[in-house]
Design a protein around this ligand. Sequence first.
Ligand SMILES: [Zn+2]
Length: 367
Amino acid sequence: MFYNSRLPDTGYRIPDTGYRIPDTGYRIPDTGYRIPFTVHRSPFTVFILNPIFVAMKQKPIKYWRLTIMKKSFVFLSALLVMAAITVSEVHGQKGLKVFISVDMEGITGVVHSDQVSSGGNDYQMARRWMTEETNAAIQGALDAGAAEIVVNDSHGSMRNILAGEVNPAARLITGSPKPLGMMQGIDETFHAVILIGYHAKAGTADATLDHTYSGGSISAFKVNGVEIGESEMNAYIAGHFNVPVVMVSGDKAVCAQVRAALGPQVVVSEVKEGIGRFAANTLTPKEAQKMIRANTTTALKKLNEFKPYKSTVPYQFEITFLYSHQAEAAMVIPGIERVSARTVRYTQANFLDGFKLFRALVTLASS
Ligand SMILES: [Zn+2]
């Protein structure tokens, strides 16, 4: 409504058509610069900028008024800066989406199967510690500005975390079986993964309840020639969806393994130090929870330092079972190569497919 009434009728009218070719614009004297009319005729100027100027009791933009033009550029620049800040906040903190996978052997105070098996005498106590450490990580994520938090119960039956006591700011994935197991719920929309209560890979000295995926069937698991544990395995799954692992809690041994594999930028929370496989020098739960909360926030506040965990494709997988008959069972699947009495090998184009086959082979070996 402003420009129609204020702009002069410039340009060349094409006869009998009603169309007009606009003028070449206003030349700023002694500068060689030209202001095209289209700037002032844009819908943004007409319907947004000028009404705001009028409301602010300022003159609306006229095509030859350089002083007002300058003001409008200042105004537009301010708008752009505000938009940039808003966008960076959405990506940096306000839209932050965090995935938390919670195992049990690496929870503070846990040292024995009695505490991690649902029929065990100390299980009810240990699952409460597990729930409290989960809440500590949730609170740490909230402190960092997380907008969405998904927790996946990742131990045994995957029904350990007390749903009624989980911070309602998060969602809880509970129960089993789940297609992605310990990483059920992860996808490319997440910004970060936190691993709570994790343990070292099978065969690690002075590591609480060390094992790899299945204590009854797996002796070692290698990816592209490197032996890995569950932390790296789940970091690869997160990496498949381009999400980095940023914080891991557990005993001293798993923290060292994670940093060696994923890099020193990963924040670790050492809640205990193994004295053999069934004993540990451990923090009390309250102290561990403080550490987990603070470290989760620290890790999430430096997200730009992390990269998703990946390796070269195709992925070669090698499983060493505890017994030779378990390797025999694996041989019923086409494409599996027997390397030795207890070891089989196969190749897949991506980690996720290789992981699914790994689960199938572990199920076969355990049956
Ligand atoms: Zn476990």
